[in-house]
Design a protein around this ligand. Structure first.
Ligand code: AMP
Length: 359
């Protein structure tokens, strides 16, 4: 089967690497000069909204998907006129707008943080009267990896925060004093089967994922069940096909959904070595009409992102049990260059392996 992928980053690379053993071939469409996915298939180098390039992608593919969530929804819709496109293009529209996203969660009975829309400084001040301080002001659109958001602790912080975010529709959220961040990764097939990976614990710094632990240690079974229920509700509501990730806050009062990603997700990379079937393979199985693979964890795993600078490969590989994945990207501050997964039979052994990892 020929798979067309909008986006040619590391997620595309890992999709391609997972699909080759199954006999799938790949064409990636990406505007960037540097394309990590190029090792796994052909590349059409063009903007995501270039009609000729989209038509070429359709001609060379049987099924189309994406690995980048800011792909324009109209591009996915154009492709859907002639080819099977999974997930559904409307999942892009929802996930690209933080307000729509929270409204969709709420409509499905999924708890979200107190929030309000705002247009400008006066509107933000008004929103803060009901939301309270501290709060997080975010642009409604084009935010990921901590971009497009500012924490405000006092009214005096509002003006500089708005100036930094630029002239864009905003969402004002209460600051959540969470215990920890979790994510749920689930997959729905074309036959409407659903499978859910164990819930993952995530550690961020500067809005960028640094480390994931899977399964999340000491998670109350009721919370794990709730997270899975939320994922199912979103998958069914959107008649979704493929892998979906939902990021959650664990609070004293239970879970709050923060955002969703309609694609394979960084907090699921552990599944390459740490689960019976990786999120990448399961995404491909789902979109191509094949049965899903088991999502059970094989022991316990930790995934550590390599960000900004590349540690010495020999040193990384000298760490016992380290599985290293490099994305072939030029180092730059804040850039995800690769990740390392450690897998162990129990938490004590995993903690020891993590201590020995030179990152
Ligand atoms: P986001 O871009 O919404 O995924 O936010 C990036 C990171 O900022 C999250 O992973 C949290 O660590 C933090 N964050 C986002 N929203 C809130 C909030 N309302 N309260 C506290 N922390 C937040």
């Amino acid at each position: 089967m020929r798979i067309g992928v909008l986006g040619g980053g590391q997620l595309g690379r890992m999709l391609g690497l997972a699909g080759r053993p199954l006999g799938f071939t790949f064409t990636f469409l990406d505007p960037a000069d540097e394309c990590p996915a190029a090792i796994a298939g052909d590349v059409i180098r063009a903007p995501f909204d270039d009609p000729a390039a989209l038509d070429r992608l359709a001609e060379t593919s049987d099924v189309i998907t994406w690995e980048f969530e800011n792909v324009p929804e109209p591009s996915a819709m154009r492709l859907a006129e002639s080819r099977a496109v999974h997930p559904p293009s409307r999942a892009l529209g929802v996930s690209q707008n933080r307000l729509l996203e929270k409204q969709s969660f709420a409509r499905l009975g999924i708890p979200v943080v107190r929030h309000a829309a705002a247009k400008d400084e006066a509107g933000t001040r008004r929103a803060l009267e009901t939301i309270g301080l501290p709060a997080v002001i975010k642009t409604q659109r084009m935010g990921y990896d901590g971009r497009g958001q500012r924490v405000v602790r006092a009214v005096a912080d509002v003006a500089p925060a708005i100036a930094a975010l630029g002239d864009a529709p905003l969402i004002v959220e209460a600051f959540v004093p969470f215990r920890r961040e979790l994510s749920v990764i689930a997959v729905r097939s074309r036959r409407a089967e659903i499978a859910c990976y164990p819930i993952v614990e995530n550690h961020h710094a500067d809005g960028i994922l640094r480390r994931s632990l899977a399964p999340a240690p000491d998670l109350a079974p009721a919370l794990a069940a709730a997270a899975e229920r939320y994922a199912r509700a979103v998958l069914e509501d959107l008649d979704y096909v493929g892998v979906l990730a939902i990021e959650l806050f664990e609070t004293d009062g239970g879970l709050l959904a923060n955002e969703m990603a309609p694609r394979v997700h960084n907090s699921g990379h552990w599944s390459i070595e740490g689960a019976e079937t990786s999120q990448f393979e399961n995404h491909l199985r789902a979109i191509s009409g094949l049965p899903l693979g088991a999502t059970a964890a094989r022991g316990v795993s930790a995934m550590v992102n390599l960000i900004g600078t590349m540690p010495d490969l020999a040193l990384l590989l000298a760490a016992p049990g380290a599985h290293v994945h490099l994305y072939g990207k030029t180092p730059r501050p804040g850039r995800k260059l690769g990740h390392v997964t450690l897998r162990a039979d129990d938490r004590t052994a995993l903690a020891r392996a993590l201590e020995a990892l030179p990152v």
